[in-house]
Design a protein. Structure first.
Length: 276
């Protein structure tokens, strides 16, 4: 039988949900508004405890102020959705022997490059990508922030628990948070821009989608509901997070043994020619 030490490579597939924490959703982990996520990758066993993997992950996240209990956030009435695609390199540390333990907790750390592009729909149902609209005045004279980049870095941090089915297959439940280097996954970060700056510099649609409380019944239609420019719109001191959680399967790929029957064997007093 082929030894597991000769099977260091593995194919990994993931299926589950993806969500986020940020200015439109304050909960660290919640199933509210989750969407489906999936991924696949390759693993390599460094030894019996450490494993590296490269993964491609994809999913969609969204949030809506209508679900916020804080009145200030509810009457802001913003919402967004974005697809997230990610390529990561991760290191896994297994608490027990990864070649034999039937149940094995593990920790995850790594680095990832991901892409996002938040959008929303106006009252007529027309879709608008938010980054070009500069809804907080990004890129306009007098505003320090440039338009944010849609390709960003994140740091995957998480863990899981693996269940060994047989010598080839391992199933696991895992959750892995992504600590990002941006606060704009949801297009919200700092303060409200001046309404005339937005109107002149970015156009009426930017002004319309920068504050949407006026869409709610009984709300003051003045932008933004009577608040002066510079009033807090988001929290610039806390970057956004997103996370995948679900089930993964790892299938070890068979590779030739170093000392198996497929190698030519030398017997005492024989040459190195194969024995037919």
């Amino acid at each position: 039988m082929q030894s597991l030490q000769a099977q260091r490579l593995g194919l990994e597939v993931f299926g589950g949900v993806v969500n986020y924490q940020g200015d439109l959703r304050q909960e660290v982990y919640t199933f509210q508004g989750v969407r489906m996520g999936a991924g696949a990758g390759i693993t390599y066993d460094l030894n019996k405890r450490f494993q590296v993997r490269t993964m491609f992950m994809s999913g969609s996240i969204s949030a809506d102020d209508k679900n916020n209990k804080d009145p200030r956030l509810y009457y802001r009435n913003l919402n967004f959705r974005t697809n997230v695609t990610e390529l990561s390199l991760q290191l896994l540390f297994h608490l027990l022997n990864n070649e034999s333990a039937p149940i094995n907790p593990y920790a995850i750390g790594g680095i990832a490059l991901f892409r996002f592009n938040p959008f929303t729909k106006d009252q007529s149902g027309q879709k608008y990508f938010l980054q070009p609209l500069g809804t907080e005045g990004q890129g306009l004279p007098g505003y320090p922030e440039p338009l944010y980049k849609l390709n960003q870095l994140s740091m995957p941090v998480g863990g899981g628990i693996a269940f060994r089915i047989n010598e080839q297959v391992t199933l696991a439940w895992e959750i892995c948070f992504r600590m990002t280097m941006t606060d704009y996954i949801d297009d919200v970060s700092t303060v409200y821009a001046d309404e005339f700056d937005l109107l002149i510099g970015r156009g009426p649609k930017s002004l319309e989608l920068a504050f949407r409380g006026w869409e709610l019944p009984g709300v003051n239609p003045i932008f933004p509901a009577g608040y002066p420019s510079g009033f807090i719109r988001g929290n610039p001191n806390a970057n956004d997070w997103y996370y995948f959680s679900g089930i993964k399967a790892n299938i070890r790929l068979k590779t030739p043994e170093r000392n198996g029957s497929s190698k030519w064997k030398k017997s005492k007093g024989s040459t190195s020619c194969p024995k037919w």
